[in-house]
Write a protein that binds this ligand. Structure first.
Ligand SMILES: NC(=O)c1ccc[n+]([C@@H]2O[C@H](COP(=O)([O-])OP(=O)(O)OC[C@H]3O[C@@H](n4cnc5c(N)ncnc54)[C@H](OP(=O)(O)O)[C@@H]3O)[C@@H](O)[C@H]2O)c1
Length: 254
C-alpha cells in the first residue's frame, strides 16, 4: 500500500479548478484536495466562493474559493498575480467551467454561438496562456481540460458546444507538444452523461432511455470524472500527454 499511495499524492502542489461550486468541478476540487493539493476553486459569485472555502475547510483540506468569470481575461491575469503572491505557481490547472446554449443550428443565435465558444474554449486559451508561465519556471505542471463525449460523437442541438469541446482536444494536443520538454503534460477528460445540474434538465424518461444505451447501464457521477482527473494530475499519470480520456460508461469507445 505504501508504495501505491505516493503515486496518487499531490502533496506540495497548487491546483486551480474553474467552476468548482457544484457538479463535476466540485468533485474534482475535493478529490485533488483530498490527495494533498492546495486547491483554489472558482465560482461566479461571492456566495459560491465562500461555499467552496467552507466545503474545503469542513473536510480539513487546504485551499480557498475565489470569484472568477472565465470570460474575463483581465480577471484571469489578476487571479494569477494573486495566487502567485499567496500560494506560488499553479502546478495543476483544471479547466472545468462550462455552459450550454442548446438549439438546432438553424435557430442558434450568433450570441449563443459566441457565448459557448468564449466560455468553453476561449477561457481555456486564456487560462493556459496565463498560468503556463509559472509551470515553465517550476519545470513541472499538469493541465487537464474538461471536454465532452459530444466533442467526439456530436449531438443534435449542440453544434456550438460540440465545436468548443472538440476544439479543446486539438488545442490540448498542440499545447502538449509545445510544453512537454518543460515537464508539463496537457490532457483532456471527456465525460459522457454525468448526473449534475447540466443534465438535470433531462426528464426521468429521457435519463432512463439514455442509461439503457450506456454499456455500464447508468449515468456517470461527478466522482467518476474526478477520479480520472486525479490520475492525470498525479505522479501515476506522469507519462501521459496529449491524450483524451473518455469517462462515459462505454457509450463511445475511441
Ligand atoms: N454534466 C455532464 O453530463 C457533462 C458531460 C460532459 C462534459 N461536461 C462538462 O463538465 C464541466 C462541468 O459540468 P457540470 O455538469 O458539472 O456543470 P454545472 O453543474 O452546470 O456547473 C458549471 C460550473 O461552471 C461554472 N461556470 C459557468 N459559467 C462560468 C463562467 N463564465 N466563469 C466561471 N465559471 C463558470 C459554474 O459556476 P457557478 O456555480 O458560479 O455558476 C459551475 O461551477 C463543463 O465543462 C461541462 O461542459 C459535463
Amino acid at each position: 500500500m505504501s508504495d501505491v499511495l505516493p503515486l496518487f499524492s499531490l502533496a506540495g502542489e497548487t491546483a486551480l479548478v474553474t467552476g468548482a461550486t457544484r457538479g463535476i468541478g466540485a468533485a474534482i476540487a475535493d478529490a485533488l484536495a483530498a490527495a494533498g493539493a492546495t486547491v483554489i476553486g472558482t465560482a461566479t459569485s461571492a456566495a459560491g466562493a465562500e461555499a467552496i472555502a467552507a466545503r474545503l475547510a469542513a473536510a480539513g483540506h487546504a485551499g480557498r474559493g475565489v470569484v472568477l468569470d472565465v470570460d474575463d481575461h483581465a480577471a484571469i491575469a489578476a487571479l494569477e498575480a494573486d495566487i502567485s503572491a499567496r500560494e506560488g505557481a499553479v502546478t495543476i490547472l483544471v479547466n472545468n467551467a462550462g455552459i450550454t446554449r442548446d438549439g438546432l443550428l438553424m435557430r442558434t443565435k450568433p450570441e449563443d454561438w459566441d457565448a459557448v465558444i468564449r466560455t468553453n474554449l476561449g477561457s481555456v486559451f486564456a487560462t493556459c496562456r496565463t498560468f503556463i508561465r509559472g509551470m515553465v519556471k517550476a519545470r513541472r505542471g499538469r493541465i487537464i481540460n474538461i471536454s465532452s463525449i459530444v466533442g467526439v460523437m456530436g449531438n443534435a442541438g449542440q453544434t456550438n458546444y460540440a465545436a468548443a469541446k472538440a476544439g479543446m482536444m486539438g488545442f490540448s494536443r498542440s499545447l502538449a507538444r509545445e510544453v512537454a520538454s518543460r515537464g508539463i503534460t496537457v490532457n483532456v477528460v471527456a465525460p459522457g452523461f454525468i448526473a449534475t445540474d447540466m443534465t438535470a434538465a433531462l426528464g426521468e424518461a429521457e435519463r432512463n432511455a439514455l442509461s439503457s444505451q450506456i454499456p455500464l447501464q447508468r449515468l456517470g457521477t461527478p466522482a467518476d470524472v474526478a477520479a480520472a482527473v486525479l490520475y492525470l494530475a498525479s505522479p501515476a499519470g506522469g507519462y501521459v500527454t496529449g491524450e483524451t480520456l473518455q469517462v462515459n460508461g462505454g457509450l463511445w469507445m475511441g
